[in-house]
Design a protein around this ligand. Structure first.
Ligand SMILES: [Zn+2]
Ligand SMILES: [Zn+2]
Length: 845
């Protein structure tokens, strides 16, 4: 048994930490351990076992959580690659890869010390300490805490209740090393209990620990994450029953004597009735492990149809051939909107399942609705596991274990499903591979598409990237034969792509003398569709009512308190909202800067567009889809299914309406201001606009009647607009690649954004200056460094932000420079969390 183990912990430090292993259970590489770390307890992943004695004293691991690895060799290697490629701390990478947060419970408690008792005693004698610099309120709060702890019994029994089962319990009874021996026998009170009882602030509490009045103890421990439900069990039906009681007893009897409490409570009887039955001993309430359900929705009658047309068949054949070869291969499936890519994916996955191997299908965040889940279960039965953001921690852990045990070999999920612990991986499919929800915008800032490609390489598997509007990177790779390019050039059943008509809004303004939101042309086309009982979608990629409030007297805008961003007026909720940090403010009657009454609400968001359309077409049934109307997956699905059922005439919305759904009745798509992005200082603006326009246009004419798109724009000559209108993918890619090549942007160079942030402007300036000087002085050959410059959004969520953009034709040189930069930042005592390195950044804002 090696004496030491190196553990990767979820902390922002690029290293693993050495612990001694002497204990009863043996840690394994790739398994989790519980360890003490800076007065806390954490779970980490063992990355190495060895006998090299470190120069500094080591602490002992507290317990071994997994007798066998939770990350196998493949996933460990993949994690190391991510840490290296994205310059992310390895422990944070592993935490992201393991959705097992539910199996660990964070518990911190406090107890009063001898010094605390003394302080309480002295305060009782002298009233208050005269020389104290604390405010009387703070002192009062501190004594409330001391009083509370001196009088209270422990609400934290260390060895009971909160612990899970298994090996983990063994060491949890040992005292943390920061506990003063004098605290023995005194009660330990949970932080939440203490704070809610005494209303003490976190900082005062920390101050009391520093003064040694309190001892803080972290007793976090593993817990059993099994989901349970309450069930009622019928014990006896003897005796007199009133009507309500009879309803429950009969329902229970009819369902075999046991039923979920939740189901009983939905019956037409008061909630207290069940309690009465329990008291009388007729019914018993039990906790049972919850049954696993993927989706409560029923599968739709129109199941994915596997009757493939010739291009689909040949795409499927190439996919199956690649899988069978058991070597790495990449495929870019470029299929126009409505060409039936999904059917190819599902047929490919079914073939993998029949061969007894595993497949992962990644879908964008919005694509995984309960209805899709129900469809998938219909196709793959219990062999499918579904992972998405609406799952609770426990459900996520449960799914993960099903996959790990080999019960589910077909995995469908959003971004992090790329880490699903499947064995014998044959195929990874990335649907809508251009979608920005695949990029994680927090540490580790990985791109799931690129991780999918790497994972497939490591596993000798096939990766399929599918899209109607592939990213420039993927298309470029296909052009250079890194991926096979497979095209689905036609819509299914030879339906035509919609005709696109551009309306120049500058001309509209000149001719009507007004700034228009809905052009005369679009209004006429909508009217026409409503008369023909066809359906319309109108896209405006900006939510809220008015995006800007401007004072005509002083010329200032109403901005967020925390961000350099204009607040958006939300009319129905009657407030001003920051779309970046969520800050809200009252709707101003006068200018907050100068008091003038001449405040104007300018511009149009989706809420106002909906109102305008109601005004123009009072008879039409109109609904809106954006982040204000969609709080849950169900809301999204309810609206879409209403549209599908013909219960709606017009659907208004942000880019949410552009994504992937297949509604046959829509024959007209109006695009109102989807080109806003073209005005932003971002090299991906044209690509994003082209993708959005193409995707939303693709919603038109998917049924029997042909579709039409009215594209209103202020950038009518821009090539992104022109090529999208002509459905000319190749034309757009050629033009955009030329621009990228001239400007040394991806895919012609590797790019990273380095952001320096602080809520203190001086720190932000000083740190970015320090790094700027270092970049100048070191002159890394082959790496261009732009900056420091104020970030386009200079203040965000209270932080001031400066950034550097690094570009290099050599990824190795780029990463070497970044690594050296981080080392220098550490040396200069710039906190690691304040320097954000975003490799392959999607946003430079
Ligand atoms: Zn003003
Ligand atoms: Zn804000």
């Amino acid at each position: 048994m090696p004496e030491f183990c190196d553990v990767a912990l979820p902390v922002p430090l690029d290293m693993a930490f050495t612990y001694s292993t002497d204990g009863e259970a043996a840690p394994v590489v790739g398994g989790r351990v519980l360890v003490p770390f800076r007065q806390q307890r954490m779970t980490g992943v063992v990355v190495e076992l060895h006998d090299r004695k470190p120069s500094v004293p080591t602490k002992k691991i507290l317990s071994v959580l997994d007798p066998t690895p939770v990350l196998d060799d493949h996933l460990l290697r993949l994690g190391r690659w991510i840490a290296d490629y994205y310059l992310a701390p390895i422990g944070e990478v592993f935490r992201t890869m393991l959705p097992l947060a539910a199996e660990f419970k964070r518990v911190v408690g406090y107890r009063i010390t001898d010094e605390g008792h003394m302080a309480l005693h002295l305060a009782g004698m002298s009233g208050s300490s005269a020389h104290s610099q604390r405010s009387p309120e703070d002192q009062a709060a501190e004594f409330r805490v001391l009083d509370y702890l001196a009088a209270r019994a422990s609400d934290l029994e260390i060895d009971s209740g909160m612990n899970g089962d298994g090996a983990a319990n063994r060491n949890t009874g040992t005292k943390g090393e920061d506990t003063a021996p004098a605290s023995e026998g005194r009660s330990l009170v949970r932080e939440e209990t203490l704070r809610s009882a005494t209303r003490i602030s976190k900082s005062l509490l920390a101050g009391m620990v520093r003064k040694k009045w309190l001892a803080r103890e972290d007793v976090s421990a593993p817990q059993d994450a099994t989901r349970t439900v309450k069930v009622a069990q019928l014990k006896s039906a003897e005796g007199k029953l009133n009507d309500n009681q009879r309803i429950l007893v009969e329902t229970l009897a009819a369902s075999g004597g046991t039923l979920e409490v939740e189901a009983l409570q939905s019956l037409d009887a008061p909630r207290t009735t069940l309690n009465t039955l329990v008291r009388r001993g007729l019914v018993e309430i039990l906790q049972q492990p919850a049954d696993f359900t993927i989706s409560r929705s029923r599968p739709r009658p129109t199941l994915f149809d596997f009757d493939l047309n010739p291009p689909q068949q040949s795409a499927l054949a190439r996919l199956r051939e690649a899988v069978a070869a058991r070597n790495f291969s990449g495929m870019l499936l470029h299929g126009v909107t409505g060409s039936g890519k999904t059917a190819v994916y599902l047929a490919g996955m079914r073939a993998v399942l029949e061969a007894g191997r595993s497949a992962i299908l990644l879908v964008p965040e919005i694509g995984l609705t309960p209805a899709v889940a129900a469809d998938l279960q219909e196709i793959f039965g219990d062999e499918v596991a579904i992972l998405h953001s609406a799952l609770s921690d426990r459900e996520r852990a449960e799914q993960w274990h099903r996959i790990k045990r080999g019960e589910a070999r077909m995995v469908v999920g959003t971004r992090s499903a790329v880490f699903a612990p499947v064995a014998d991986l044959a195929l990874i499919i990335v649907d809508e591979e251009h979608d920005s929800s695949y990029k994680q915008e927090e540490t580790p800032r990985y791109h799931a598409r690129d991780v999918a490609v790497m994972r497939a390489k490591m596993a000798n598997a096939t990766v399929v990237l599918g899209s109607a509007t592939p990213s420039l990177e993927s298309y470029f790779n296909a052009k250079k034969n890194k991926y096979a390019l497979v095209e689905l050039p036609d819509r299914v059943e030879r339906r035509p792509l919609p005709e696109v008509e551009i309306v120049d809004m500058r001309l509209e303004f000149q001719e009507t003398g007004h700034e228009q939101v809905i052009s005369r042309k679009l209004a006429a086309e909508i009217k026409d569709r409503l008369e023909r009982r066809e359906q319309v979608m109108v896209l405006l990629n900006r939510r809220g009512y008015s995006p800007v409030v401007l004072c005509r007297t002083c010329g200032k805008k109403l901005e967020c308190k925390n961000c350099a961003i204009a607040l958006t007026h939300h009319k129905r909720e009657h407030k001003m909202v920051c779309h970046y940090c969520g800050y809200t403010a009252p709707v101003p009657k006068v200018c907050v800067h100068c008091g003038s009454e001449y405040v104007y609400f300018l511009g149009t968001g989706s809420e106002k567009l909906e109102e305008l359309l109601h005004g123009m077409f009072p008879q039409a049934r109109i609904a809106r889809l954006d982040r204000d109307t969609v709080r849950a997956h169900q809301d999204f699905e309810r609206t879409l299914s209403a549209l599908n059922e013909g219960e709606l005439d017009i659907l208004v919305g942000t880019q949410m309406i552009a994504k992937g759904h297949d509604i046959h009745g829509v024959t007209l798509v109006g695009v109102v201001g989807a080109d806003v992005a073209l005005g932003l200082p971002d090299f991906r603006a044209a690509e994003r606009t082209f993708q959005l326009l193409t995707q939303v246009a693709g919603r038109a004419g998917r049924g029997q009647s042909p579709g039409k798109v009215i594209l209103q724009t202020y950038f009518q000559d821009h090539y992104a607009v022109q090529y999208a209108a002509q459905h000319d993918f190749i034309g757009f890619y050629e033009k955009e690649l030329q621009f990228r090549s001239w400007m040394h942007y991806p895919p012609y160079s590797a790019l990273a954004n380095v952001l320096v942030r602080s809520d203190n402007l001086d720190d932000a300036l000083q740190w970015s200056g320090t790094l700027g000087k270092w970049f100048d002085a070191t002159r890394h050959e082959g790496v261009r460094v732009l900056g420091p410059a104020a970030a386009p959004i200079m203040r965000l969520k209270r932080d001031y932000r400066y950034h550097f953009v690094l570009k290099s034709p050599s990824r190795e040189k780029l990463n070497t420079t970044l690594r050296a930069m981080l080392a220098h930042a550490a040396q200069q005592k710039i906190p690691r969390t304040q320097v954000i390195v975003d490799v392959d950044a999607l946003w430079l804002m």
